[in-house]
Structures are given as C-alpha cells and as structure tokens.
Design a protein around this ligand. Sequence first.
Ligand code: PLP
Length: 365
Amino acid sequence: MTARAAPSPPAFGRFFLPGPTDVHPEVLAAMQRPMIGHRSGAMEQLLAGLEAPLGRLFRTSRPVMVGTTSATGFMEMAVRNGVQHRALSVVNGSFSERFANLVRACGKECVRLDVPLGCAVEPDMLRDALRRTPVDAVTLVHSETSTGVLQDVAALAAVVREFDDVLVLVDAVTSLAGSPVETDDWRLDFVLTGSQKALALPPGLALAAASERMLERARTLPARGLYFDLVSFLEATTKHQPTNTPAIPLFFALEKQLARIEREGGAEGRWQRHDAMRRRVEAWSEKRGVPYLPREGRRSWTVSCLKVPEGKSSKTIVGGLKEAGWTIGSGYGPLKETTIRIGHMGDHTVGALEELLALLDGLVA
Ligand SMILES: *Cc1c(COP(=O)(O)O)cnc(C)c1O
C-alpha cells in the first residue's frame, strides 16, 4: 500500500487573510534554531539587539515591550495600566468594541462613542464627547480591521491633548509597520500591535510602547495584575530581560524580520510598499465598480474592505478564490455576507496583488 503524498503547502504570497497574514519562508526558518535559556546571556543579547530596530519601527525613544500573548493581551495591559476610573472608547467596529468591553471587564467605567460601521470618528466629534463626559483615558483603534477604516490618529490625539491628564491608548495592530504611526510625534501614551498582522510574523507576540506619563499613572493604580503589569514589564525590558518564559522561537523570528525590515528601508520602506498596494486596490475598485465600505481618505493601507456586488455573496467570492489557491477574508461580524476584506499587509507585494485582482475580476463580474 502506498501512502498518499501530503499536499504541498501553497507558495508564499497567496494568503491575503487580514490576519494572520502570510509569513515569509526566511522568517519561518529562523524559528528552527536550537532553544536557548530565557535567563541566559544569549537571550539578553537577543533582546538587546531588538531594542534599536523596534524603537525605529515604533518611532519612539521609549522602550518597546514584547510579550508572549496575542494582541488582546496588550489591549488589556493598556486598560489595566492606563485607565484610572473612566475611559471614553471610540467604537467603529469589532476590535474597537473589544477595547470598550475590556474596559468594563477590568472593572472600570466605559463611555462609548459609537459611529456607524465603515465610518471614522472625526476630531470635532471626539472634542464634543470629551466636553460632555470627563474621562481619564481614550481608547481607539487606528486601523479597524473589521471595516477597513483608518482613523486620523494624529488629529484625534491632538484633540485629547486639549484636555488635562487624559491618556491616549491606541490599538495599531494593522497600522504599525504598514502605514505611518508616529508614537512620539503624535504624543501617544500607549501604542500596541500584534505579531501576525502588518509585522508578518506568526501569531503569539504582542508589542507596545508606553509614555512616561502612562508609567506614572500606572504606578498609582492598585489592580494592575501581574502578567500585564506595565511597571515590572518596562523594568524587565530596560534590562533586556523577559518577564516570564517567552515564546523563544517567535523572538528568533522577530529578530530576523526586523533585519528584513531594515533591509527594505525601515518603516518608510514598508509604508511605501503598503501605499502602493492600497492604491492598486483603489484603482481596481474604481475600474470594476466594486466600492469600498469606508470613504476615500479613511481607508486602511493594510486591509481593503469592499462591498460585494448585488447578486453576489462574499461566500462564493472567497470560495472561488480558495479553489484557485488564494485566500482573502470575508466580512467581519455583521458585515460577513456583504463585504470582503483583502489583507494586503506584511510581506505581500503589488505583483501578487495583481494576480489576486485578476482572479477577482472573474468572480465579481
Ligand atoms: C487582530 C486584531 C486584534 C486582536 O488580535 P489578537 O492577536 O487576536 O488578540 C486587535 N485589534 C485589531 C485592530 C486587530 O486587527
């Protein structure tokens, strides 16, 4: 009896799910190194080597923390260490709603500022909300992966700064490393991302930077917990030590990916490629008459959320691509049937995107 050969995995570059995204073979290979002790000199050296490139990627002079958790873990870190009594949560999709729910789950008061799916909160709306309700922190999602909306975080953060002692806590999971995020220049108090989105690593790590004033706030909060305690996490990070036993192979992958990012021209090089990809989808959308959910100027650079044409369903479009060996996302939550999402983030190229769009031509017509 002959065993059937296992199907070979699809070539790199066809997996356009809006997270996890495709991981380059070079990055995958980096994980196959022998294990090292997490309290060893080798680990300390590895962490020390991450410091400068991570600072450049986050555009900050503050230390960048890396934790073994999905991104939601660091959303919890943001809330536990950044919200004193009451937060205003900007809600424009599923991930921003998760942020709001987390505030409540951590025993703090949450005031929601809701906008319809596909929309962004604009600076004036935020100012009005902050005038109505005194809060000590604002949570928001930069690139709302569920709707493909990119908010103007620079302008929103400037509005928050008009108010005294209100922290800006930002989920940059599908923006950081894919489109401009200026942690220091925009004076953001907490910026977090996860490994499996625009960074194009396997899932399992979260990364974040916190401002000095957030650290000061954290020190005054009694129930910070242990795993996501900002004070001790930052202390360990500064000493190039992990807090607990980290997912060491993922750190090998991160080290490799940061070197690849620097080779591409750092953050700016990556932004340029993502800008080119989103422009390519915009041109296709216009030509095909397949409209975006978000309006122009508020579209994510890493995930394009398009409305499914009349008489078609996201299921048949996503299924048709799957048969051809390509993966995209259907809509998220209430938008599942009526939208599709192309996650052109991480290490994807305009070339592969062209091929994908050529296949989509046949499926939306
Ligand atoms: C994927 C995603 C998250 C959650 O990430 P997990 O790693 O699954 O916890 C949070 N926010 C945004 C915007 C995301 O795209």
